[in-house]
Design a binder for this molecule. Structure first.
Ligand SMILES: Cc1cc2nc3c(=O)[nH]c(=O)nc-3n(C[C@H](O)[C@H](O)[C@H](O)COP(=O)(O)OP(=O)(O)OC[C@H]3O[C@@H](n4cnc5c(N)ncnc54)[C@H](O)[C@@H]3O)c2cc1C
Length: 414
């Protein structure tokens, strides 16, 4: 009988616990999380903030799931040290948890820039349910919010606050939103929607400092010299892996924890998965930290199988995300925004301008895509990229109204 310890109860840790239990009915499994809540949909926090979901809707598993599966869930407990030489972890209250195999699935935390004024109240970084509840308490209708950051999270937060009735300004450093995922055309379709909904946009503008009075944030001073007035600020400019507590553990880290093809660290019985792991990304052929719910789950499963003694290789992730910004359904798959000359890009509008598609191609291989408002081909596109299937025979039909990647894939698999 073994003792499995998992630090983190997000999709990576939870999926790992579930997978180990399916394979091993005897061993003890401990899942430790510093958060006070059972496993919840972190990805739906923007919908909780908007008021569309309540706290119960965020629960991923029934409350008795852990007990039924004999998984010990330790909530509100913080691991401060990993001691591989002793095969144990140490919690902040001094408790020691020994392990035969350990999974580190500690995710990430919000980036907090060193802006003058960052200590003022009224500034929010949304990573947890606790952060979201604190924001909801202050996000009263008609007050002014500035959302800093034009990535998907920034867009979702701007939408959530607008839907709560706040007056929202989105402050974006780049000349478009989701600059690392989308091209100008796709970004423009989203910006049009944001403007229609009354969100104020400030592009190519950077935060220089946060100004306040009586300890409360009152405005954001920008690189254009403006002082944008506000009552609250939401910062969504990225996250960084939770690895600080691994200092002196001997576990090799770079930006995240370096994981091999079994999601194992440099130590034989210590594994990593999810937002904290730096693992193979097939789009670049290198190890990279990817922050995605689906990737965290798939890595959690691979780590768990190997921990349970069934050698399973991780073929690498293909970053892909599909998100709704209001009713604009935005998908980006693989290398969606290549500028290098080795890539060819083909793009076009369909369905009377409602659907936008862009394909990134290298030779006769598809490397990535941006698709707005049509998700039907997404899994076929992912498969075509992953399997390196030649698209030479359909390259000139990609924008035919009646062409579908699903049909193409099914025809060549016959
Ligand atoms: C607001 C928001 C919206 C998002 N929306 C999307 C989306 O639409 N689509 C998408 O694909 N992704 C989305 N993401 C990203 C997605 O949620 C993450 O990629 C995913 O949760 C990562 O899973 P994980 O298991 O690696 O880590 P996490 O979910 O971050 O879980 C980490 C766990 O580790 C615990 N922990 C950390 N340090 C310690 C410690 N020292 N001791 C004990 N416990 C510790 C935490 O309490 C937590 O339980 C969103 C993220 C946020 C914050």
């Amino acid at each position: 009988m073994k003792r499995f310890v998992i630090i983190g109860n997000g999709p990576a840790g939870s999926k790992a616990a579930e997978t180990i239990r399916q394979m091993d009915h005897e061993s003890s499994i401990f899942v430790i999380t510093e958060e006070a809540y059972p496993f919840y949909y972190r990805r739906y926090l923007p919908r909780f903030i908007s008021g569309k979901l309540d706290e119960r809707d965020l629960l991923v598993k029934p409350l008795d799931f852990y007990e039924k599966n004999q998984i010990t869930q330790m909530t509100g407990r913080n691991v401060t040290q990993v001691k591989p030489s002793e095969n144990h972890v140490i919690l902040s209250d001094g408790e020691i948890a020994p392990y035969d195999a350990l999974l580190i699935a500690t995710g990430g935390r919000s980036l907090v820039p060193n802006w003058p004024g960052k200590e003022l109240t009224g500034i929010f970084y949304i990573r947890t349910l606790k952060d979201s509840k604190e924001l909801v308490e202050k996000a009263l209708p008609s007050i002014r919010a500035i959302v800093i950051g034009g990535g998907l999270l920034g867009l979702n937060l701007a939408q959530s606050l607008q839907e709560r009735g706040l007056e929202v300004t989105l402050l974006v450093r780049e000349d478009r939103v989701c600059a690392n995922l989308l091209d100008k055309k796709a970004s423009d379709m989203i910006l049009k929607k944001l403007m229609e909904r009354g969100i104020n946009l400030s592009l190519e503008n950077e935060t220089k400092s946060l100004q306040g009075s009586q300890g409360q944030v009152r405005s954001v001073l920008t690189s254009k010299g403006e002082g944008l007035p506000c009552d609250i600020v939401c910062v969504a400019i990225g996250s960084k892996p939770n690895i600080d507590f691994l200092k002196d553990s001997g576990i090799v880290t770079d930006r995240g924890i370096i994981a091999d093809e079994c999601m194992r660290t440099n130590l034989q019985n210590v594994y990593a998965a999810g937002d904290v792991a730096q693992a193979l990304d097939i789009t670049i052929g290198q190890k990279r930290v990817n922050t995605s719910w689906a990737i965290a789950e798939e890595q959690g499963v691979i780590a768990a199988k190997n921990m349970a003694g069934v050698k399973t290789l991780y073929l690498g992730c293909l970053p892909a995300s599909t998100e709704a910004v209001y009713d604009v359904i935005t998908s980006s798959i693989g290398i969606s925004n290549a500028t290098e000359s080795e890539y060819e890009t083909l793009s076009g509008m369909l369905k009377d301008g409602k659907v936008y598609k862009k394909f990134v191609i290298k030779g006769d291989r598809l490397c990535g895509a941006i698709i707005l408002n049509d998700v039907r081909d997404n899994s076929a596109i992912e498969k075509i990229i992953r399997e390196g299937i030649s698209i030479a025979s359909v390259k000139n039909r990609l924008f035919d109204e009646n062409f579908s990647m699903r049909q193409f894939l099914s025809d060549i698999k016959k």
